[in-house]
Design a protein around this ligand. Structure first.
Ligand code: ADP
Length: 439
């Protein structure tokens, strides 16, 4: 290239010297040089115009303009660049087509939006599952088309670790699981999965457990009633029957507790709607629960302290919160040896509100912690034979917190006590309306 450039420079200078010499021959070297320069300028302008026209519409003709010398090289090189660019473009287009074809073949709906939710592209399944229309919905904001408030909150939250489940806006019988991923310049890739079948199975399971528990409750109440009468009159019974009756009474009251918890759990799992309508006075609620906890502690004489750091109200269902908090506090009583300490504290900070229940009890091996909220999971079954627990307490806590957009944190070590913390989002705190002074 360098070599060609100096050659071309030599040609130009040679041409100008030649025209000057011809001018000199006629006695006017300056005219000769001027003529040479004008001819060169004209040639350059003609070539520049050809280049300009070609660049304005390079696809009109496959061939680049032909020329000689410096301009010939420029045209050839530009033509090569253009061809490479076209080939890359073709390859990319083929790749995009392939990705779009494969995404179109997916059963899941796939949607791409920009950071504000303007829809850029979506596949055929998204049209079927969510009712989008190719011609009219391009560029529309997705939350105008999926109007469920939970979706807008989820989209804006930027926290997409857990998927969101909603009903399809176009076909309410379809239940969708939405998962969003961030990519590129804060753009969103939204995948909508049809989980109707799973949802129905889950619903059937809940209904089944709820119904069976309900059906079992009545006969069990009758059995427990008779057993209680027998226990009350145990003195009249032969000694060999006394032990049997006492054991039966203890087991039937355990079964009653189990059924009460199962019914509560299935109610909590389905009763999300009441959560946003009521306000709970956590201060009062904790005072009542700790009063009951002291009674439960009885001879074990635990030192139970309550600390309230914020007197605002908590937006949430009081009976659900009562179940959750009392499960944690009663567990602390159950799993803490006599004279242990249990501290309950309600505090708030920038992240939200937190209820901590800390005990100096037997503690839990950290390997069990991730599974503790599963139904009937017990850290060490041999240790809990006499606690009378149902194994559903922490499952209830987890579901109550899910209903309240919160989560449960468990910190514990064997022999070093445990701390259970319920985290609630800040938005759930509501100022108390000052009561009017009595006149
Ligand atoms: P349970 O009715 O058995 O108490 P939960 O669901 O309330 O069932 O608790 C699950 C398990 O977690 C318990 O069996 C126990 O092993 C463990 N656990 C819960 N709370 C505590 C605590 N405060 N200290 C030690 N272990 C606990």
């Amino acid at each position: 290239m360098q070599h060609n450039w100096s050659r071309y420079l030599r040609y130009i200078i040679g041409g100008l010297i030649g025209s000057t010499l011809v001018g000199l021959y006629f006695g006017e070297p300056v005219y000769g040089l001027t003529f040479g320069l004008i001819v060169y300028l004209w040639w350059t302008l003609v070539q520049a115009r050809r280049l300009y026209q070609w660049l304005a519409n390079p696809s009109a003709t496959d061939e680049a303009p032909q020329s000689i010398g410096l301009w010939g090289d420029i045209f050839d090189n530009l033509h090569k660049l253009h061809q490479t660019h076209l080939r890359t473009q073709d390859r990319l287009r083929a790749q995009i087509n392939r990705v779009q074809e494969s995404t179109n073949a997916m059963r899941d709906g796939v949607i791409m939006t920009d950071s504000r939710g303007a829809m850029e592209w979506w596949n055929g399944s998204a049209e079927y599952l969510l009712g989008f229309r190719r011609n009219t919905d391009q560029g529309q904001y997705i939350h105008n088309l999926i109007r469920t408030p939970a979706f807008k909150t989820y989209f804006d939250s930027r926290n997409y670790r857990e998927p969101l489940e909603i009903h399809s806006p176009a076909k309410p019988h379809i239940h969708l699981q939405i998962q969003i991923s961030l990519f590129g310049d804060d753009d969103r890739l939204i995948v909508a999965k049809d989980v109707t079948r799973l949802y129905q199975l889950e619903q059937m399971r809940r209904d089944f457990v709820g119904n069976v528990s309900h059906e079992m409750r009545t006969p069990l109440t009758v059995i427990s009633g008779y057993l209680e009468t027998l226990v009350d009159n145990a003195a009249d019974l032969p000694p060999k029957w006394r032990r049997a009756i006492n054991t039966m009474a203890a087991q039937s009251s355990r079964m009653e507790a189990l059924i009460t918890d199962l019914i509560l759990l299935s109610r909590i799992e389905t009763g999300e709607q009441t959560v946003n309508d009521t306000l709970t006075d956590v201060d009062q609620l904790l005072a009542q629960i700790c009063h009951d906890a002291r009674a439960l502690s009885g001879e074990k004489q635990h030192e139970i302290t309550v600390h309230i750091g914020d007197y605002r109200l908590l937006k949430g269902d009081e009976s659900q919160l009562r179940s959750a908090f009392s499960n944690l506090i009663f567990n602390a009583v159950k799993y803490t040896p006599a004279n242990g300490q249990i501290s309950v504290s309600w505090s708030t900070n920038r992240e939200g509100a937190h209820l901590s229940v800390k005990d100096t009890g037997i503690g839990i091996d950290p390997v069990h912690i991730p599974r503790l909220t599963e139904r009937f999971y017990r850290a060490d079954p041999s240790r809990h034979k006499d606690t009378g627990g149902t194994g559903l307490g922490l499952a209830i806590v987890k579901h109550v917190l899910l209903n309240h957009d919160g989560n449960l944190e468990i910190r514990s070590r064997i022999g070093e006590g445990s701390e259970f913390i319920c985290h609630f989002p800040r938005e759930r705190l509501v100022e108390r309306i000052p009561e009017k002074a009595e006149s």
